[in-house]
Design a protein around this ligand. Structure first.
Ligand SMILES: *Cc1c(COP(=O)(O)O)cnc(C)c1O
Length: 392
């Protein structure tokens, strides 16, 4: 394994000069090429006009599709660009032609917005949602999933990495089970994209959503939906506009043939260009090398946290990623966050309503989330542990 060039990564990340950023699961620091592409396009819009700037940037805009396709191991026409992962996920989910009694199988780590959609679809379409229990390690139990995969199941919907901790769910094993049962598989890859190599064929998912601002280091307000080509025909977006479809006669429209039927005509052009730059930047580092470094930094941090009096690491799962979750006895999450912020160390607090099944199962109201990226350093981890020790 070649050593990761952390110095270059930090030189190309302006924020590294001002903060110790352990909130990469919230929004990572943008690298210089991303920042430059976004600001450059805004300047161009201001000087020549928004439509004219978009036309001038056509190559960069179209380049987003092959770049995202390389990231996920799919084809460019299987990619739709959206303004968040939630929007991407919702559009995919509500495109499924549910019938009353259809079942959705999901996991305990499921994200709030996804679960709210299941409840809404239960009201609207009479579907049922069932949560597959975890195994002893804290990841989704694949044997239990296989038992629950009966004729009623229309969709398996999994969060790869939850918002509240280091767990990496066994997406490829879930995909194999779903594929063998001939059931649609939707993967929420929001927290994994940019830190864990993803390949939609190896995972076996039909639909995948991800966000730009987290481990991919893109601008806010960006997201991607992947739709497997063979599945496109059975999925009709809940709404269409003049980009997603063509109005070919007064009484007739034709939907686009590719995944862009899920897009809208209007979008933040600068952000989309920045998203493409972020994907290219990540690919330039190599996702295997990123994953190696991120998971190792987090694996270094966990035992050090566990040694601090009153601090308890809360991560579960057989495989763990760059997100480190913990609690401090006799301190609220907000108090921990504030104490660290006084030393320019960023963390966030994840609360039960974001991942209710998991948090209630474990009797947790909240956890502090320290999410590490490849540009973080052992020195930053030292400083973090010092401040936490003094505060706790
Ligand atoms: C952040 C997050 C989302 C939502 O992403 P947005 O881009 O904010 O819509 C979805 N799922 C998980 C697991 C997340 O952590």
């Amino acid at each position: 394994m070649t050593p990761f060039d952390v110095d270059t990564a930090r030189k190309e990340t302006p924020g590294c000069e001002t903060v110790v950023h352990f909130n990469n699961a919230g929004a990572a620091l943008m690298p210089r090429p991303v920042l430059d592409s976004v600001i450059g396009h805004l300047n161009l819009e201001a000087s020549i006009g928004g439509y004219e700037a978009a036309a001038a940037a056509n190559d960069a805009l179209e380049g987003v599709y092959p770049s995202a396709a390389r990231l996920l191991g799919c084809a460019p026409d299987e990619i739709a660009f959206l303004d968040s992962a939630t929007r991407a996920w919702d559009l995919a989910f509500f495109a499924i032609p549910f019938r009353p009694g259809d079942r959705v199988l999901t996991s305990e780590a499921e994200y709030a917005s996804n679960f709210i959609a299941y409840l809404q679809a239960a009201e609207r379409h009479g579907i049922e949602v069932a949560v597959v229990p975890n195994d002893e390690s804290g990841q989704i139990s694949v044997p239990r999933l296989r038992e629950m995969l009966d004729d009623r199941v229309r969709l398996v919907s999994l969060t790869h990495v939850p918002t509240n901790g280091g767990l990496v769910n066994p997406a490829a094993e879930v995909g194999r089970a779903a594929r063998e049962a001939g059931v649609l598989f939707l993967l929420d890859a929001c927290q994994s994209a940019g830190q864990i190599p993803l390949d939609v064929d190896a995972i076996g998912c039909d639909l995948l959503s991800l966000t730009g601002r987290k481990y991919l280091r893109g601008p806010r307000g960006t997201g991607i939906l992947y739709v497997r080509r063979e599945r496109l025909a059975e999925l009709t977006p809940p709404m269409l506009d003049l980009h997603a479809a063509k109005w070919v006669a007064r009484d007739r429209y034709e939907m686009r043939e590719d995944a862009r039927r899920f897009e809208s005509w209007e979008f933040n052009v600068a952000a989309k260009i920045g998203f493409g730059a972020a994907v290219d930047y990540a690919l330039g580092w190599d996702l295997d090398a990123i994953w190696e470094r991120v998971s190792r930094l987090a694996a270094d941090l966990r035992p050090r946290l566990d040694e601090l009096p009153g601090v308890r690491v809360r991560d579960v799962g057989a495989e763990q990623c760059g997100i480190v979750s913990f609690t401090v006895d006799a301190m609220t999450g907000d108090a921990v966050k504030t104490a660290l912020a006084q030393h320019s160390i960023n963390v966030s607090v994840s609360r039960a309503p974001s991942t209710r099944w998991d948090m209630e199962h474990r009797g947790l109201a909240e956890v502090v989330r320290a999410s590490l990226h490849y540009y973080n350093t052992v020195e930053e981890i030292d400083a973090f542990c010092r401040v936490l020790h003094a505060a706790g």
